[in-house]
Design a protein around this ligand. Structure first.
Ligand code: SF4
Length: 453
């Protein structure tokens, strides 16, 4: 069959720090790998290519269009599916991706034939066998089909991770970046996270403890990557010293020289100092850490496994070994003006190379959602507003307008005083910094508008 796999365009209204940057659509690359042996498949990345979907349909004439979804793009994905059906009523439309897993119901409509709650080599092969025959599929595990009134079974609970076919996005790859690193690939070596932070969706989607991909799988994936920069998007790559050692042995043996960026928790940094230094010598350039807050009681309530003292110790160690830190923080809805001031002081103490922050966001699938239900400012189905940037909980210590003002002030402080422009220019060059600045300015304008509203 002729299959077109589509990543929707960027959501303009959503607040996102990485507005001017995006990574490769690795989920689609994996689906491509699952289908390519039996079908003719193409990826259309609408974040990279400005093309009218109807023109692409006329040109490629697919029988199946698969669209991937994140959490915030439900209306855009539905609109794409409607346009596909309007163009060709016989084209089969399939939705997969994060939001299909979290809330498949959001896509139950006449324009959508199948919603993949999760995608495995087994269920996708079953579905395509029926589609190829032009037959109506029975209930297939993990797939909600319109023909079956969206009934399904749930033998699994997550997407299968297979080796992505990176050639499938060859024409777009020069555009993919991770922060200032461009071009950059992304890859995973495990799923799940044992830290179980209360505000986090990822461990709920992927599992409450790490499950590791076989190391040979990881090695093959690295060998397939042509880019010099690799972002390892495991939830806490620094947590398992044995795995880091295995990776380091492989990099040494194969004499691979690449820049790596990964997520790491404070606890893991403090636990695995020696092996982190070794990884740094073999290419680790920056670590993304969620320091989250300056208050121990909040860390506790978030179920973070570290204290403020741990945060300070980890930041000192990382400074000492000169490993770059891109830190993220969460603004609590009960903060007062004084708290925002203390937070800005705390940023100075930790002094990460780059800081970003977002208001605490109680996504509908989290227990936090019920906890804050009485104070929610955003409806469950206002998908674009659940973007980690907009304030979704009514602040208790000040008016919403004042809260946005404090965010703006903190944003300015971070961009002018804390995020070291010279460091960024030296590291990534003027053009990358201009791109990053464009993102910050657009974020600033968005907050300004929200404050005035
Ligand atoms: S460490 Fe990160 S990925 Fe793991 S539960 Fe906490 S926020 Fe989620």
């Amino acid at each position: 069959m002729k299959v077109l796999l589509v990543r929707p365009p960027r959501i303009k209204k959503a607040i996102a720090l990485g507005e001017f940057m995006y990574s490769e659509p690795i989920g689609l690359e994996m689906v491509y790998a699952m289908l390519e042996a039996k079908h003719q498949v193409e990826i259309l990345d609408l974040m990279s290519e400005k093309i009218c979907i109807e023109d692409k349909l006329a040109d490629y004439e697919p029988q199946v269009v698969g669209i991937t979804t994140l959490c915030i793009d439900v209306p855009a994905v539905k609109e794409l599916a409607e346009r596909v059906k309007k163009y060709g009523g016989n084209i089969i439309t399939i939705i997969g991706g994060t939001q299909a897993l979290l809330n498949s119901k959001a896509f139950f409509s006449d324009a959508v034939d199948h919603v993949m709650k999760y995608t495995t080599t087994e269920n996708i092969a079953q579905l395509y066998n029926y589609l190829e025959l032009g037959a109506e599929p029975p209930i297939i595990d993990g797939i909600c089909s319109r023909i079956n009134d969206y009934q399904t079974t749930n033998k699994h609970d997550r997407n299968e991770y297979v080796l992505p076919n990176r050639e499938s996005t060859a024409k777009y790859r020069s555009k993919y970046s991770y922060f200032g690193y461009k071009p950059s690939a992304i890859m995973g070596t495990s799923q799940g996270c044992a830290q179980n932070c209360r505000f986090c969706l990822r461990w709920r989607i992927e599992g409450a403890k790490e499950s590791y991909f076989p190391i040979d799988f990881v090695k093959e994936d690295i060998l397939n990557i042509k880019e010099d920069n690799i972002m390892i998007f495991d939830n806490d790559f620094l947590h398992n010293s044995h795995r880091i050692r295995e990776l380091c042995d492989f990099l040494e043996m194969e004499q691979i020289q690449k820049n790596f960026i990964c997520y790491g928790s404070v606890k893991s940094v403090l636990k695995n100092k020696q092996v982190i230094k070794r990884f740094q010598n073999l290419g680790l350039k920056a670590v993304l850490i969620g320091y989250e807050t300056f208050k121990d009681d909040e860390l506790n309530s978030y179920n973070k496994k570290s204290t403020i003292q741990d945060n300070i110790e980890a930041s000192r160690f990382l400074k000492e070994i000169r490993l770059d830190v891109w830190a993220s923080f969460m603004l609590h809805p009960d903060w007062s003006v004084e708290d925002f001031k203390d937070f800005r002081k705390y940023l100075k103490t930790l002094d990460p190379e780059v800081s970003s922050f977002s208001p605490l966001t109680p996504f509908p699938n989290l227990p936090l959602y019920a906890e804050y239900q009485d104070r929610l400012l955003v409806g469950k189905e206002e998908y674009e507003k659940w973007s980690f940037g907009e304030v979704t909980i009514q602040p208790s210590g000040m008016s919403l307008r004042r809260y946005y003002y404090e965010i703006l002030k903190t944003n300015l402080h971070v961009n002018l005083a804390r995020n070291n422009i010279m460091y960024l220019i030296k590291k990534f060059g003027v053009f990358s910094v201009l791109r990053l600045s464009a993102g910050s300015i657009s974020l600033f304008i968005r907050y300004l508008k929200l404050m005035r509203q």
